[in-house]
Ligand binder design. Structure first.
Ligand code: ADP
Ligand code: MG
Length: 349
């Protein structure tokens, strides 16, 4: 097991795409660390750079205190699990799992024993003789994990390992992966574009945008205190309300002409800000009140135990999550009341 240190990593592909723009991260030994960001932000490139499958144009990779920047993949002692699992279709589960051991010239009997032991730990004991084509998506994913685990690497690098599973299986596999990592206490770098997955699994998350780390923090930190509007809008299961505002003399923020309390902030009167509040952290009333933004109800979406209500107001659309059986405003106009302690203010960024 090992800590991973990335310093000033840069990568520009031929054609001029900057995939990594001075990426620095410290991942602790035994940490479950998520790299989160939209498609194309450089997650796979970063993971491949750690694995040694991609050479950076600049910067350094240290694993367990050792500078591995110039070492080939085989000498970095980390295991990568790919999005499509990359199993060998003609080999049995046992041979797939044992393959990296064969590359390491481990003897046949020991190989089979280790493969069986790892398969057992992942609930694949009964499937050792099958081929990948005879397995479900979830089982294939476990075989890919078992193959990575069999060599007892210092760290696991997982590139969207759950993205090929259907929604339900994905939740199960997520819980399984978390339990496994807890038991093994092995450093895990997990790539995903799914913020819910990152929040659920990771000890810490780095949020990437266009090759740059925009914030690093625990799930609670990135959810409660997003460092900028990019992170604010990327994290959360319903889109954050981001409204143009201007700080008033009394410290409240004028949004669409309505003064809204925003908690202590220290910003000067007249300053232009983005007033941000999650739809989960606003109330919805049927009558006007101080600190309430009026709007016409335009869309109501059922989310199960809650409903997401979109209203059109002076300052643009505003969303509110309300209880499934809460009454909607009669007459089509509602008033959204942000909870001041949950309001975030951002200057120009
Ligand atoms: P992610 O995994 O976050 O979706 P990638 O690391 O795959 O992002 O890609 C980052 C950027 O680099 C994207 O704009 C992508 O198109 C580009 N890119 C990735 N691989 C190559 C390549 N081999 N050649 C040229 N451009 C690439
Ligand atoms: Mg990718």
């Amino acid at each position: 097991m090992a800590a991973i240190e990335l310093a000033g990593l840069r990568k520009t592909y031929p054609g001029g795409v900057t995939a990594l723009d001075s990426v620095g991260l410290s991942i602790a030994d035994g940490e479950f660390f998520a790299l989160l960001g939209p498609s194309g932000c450089g997650k796979t490139t970063l993971l491949r750079t750690v694995a040694g499958l991609e050479a950076a144009d600049g910067g350094a990779v240290r694993i367990g205190g050792e500078d591995v920047t110039a070492l080939p993949p085989g000498r970095r002692d980390v295991a990568m699990v790919f999005q499509d699992y990359a199993l060998f279709p003609h080999m049995t589960v046992s041979d797939n799992i044992a393959y990296p051991l064969r590359i390491k010239k481990v003897g046949g009997a020991e190989r089979r024993a280790k493969a069986a032991e790892t398969a057992g730990a992942l609930g694949l004991g009964a499937l050792l003789g099958r081929r990948p084509g005879e397995l479900s998506g979830g089982q294939q994913q476990r075989v890919a994990l078992a193959r990575a685990m069999a060599v007892r690497p210092r760290a696991f690098l997982l590139d969207e390992p759950l993205s090929n599973l259907d929604a339900r299986l994905r939740l199960e596999a997520r819980t399984f992966l978390k339990r496994l990592q807890r038991e093994l206490r092995v450093t895990c770098v997990f790539v995903t574009h799914d913020q819910a997955e990152a929040l659920a699994l990771a000890d810490r998350i780095a949020v990437l945008e266009a090759g740059r780390v925009r914030q690093t923090g625990t799930p609670v930190e990135v959810f409660r205190r997003p460092a900028n509007t990019f992170v604010a809008s990327f994290i959360g299961s319903t889109p954050m309300n981001l409204l143009d505002g201007v700080v008033a003399e009394d410290g409240r923020v004028l949004v669409g002409g309505v003064p809204l309390p925003a908690g202590p902030h220290g910003l000067a009167a007249g300053e232009r800000v983005t007033f941000a509040v999650r739809p989960e952290y606003v109330g919805l009333r049927g009558t006007p009140a101080p600190g309430a933004l009026p709007g016409r109800v335009t869309v109501v979406e059922h989310l199960g135990s809650t409903r997401l209500v979109t209203l059109d107001g002076e300052a643009g659309p505003v969303r509110a999550v309300v209880d499934e059986d809460a009454p909607l405003p009669a007459g089509g106009t509602g008033w959204v009341v942000p909870r001041p302690e949950r309001v975030l203010l951002y200057g120009a960024d």
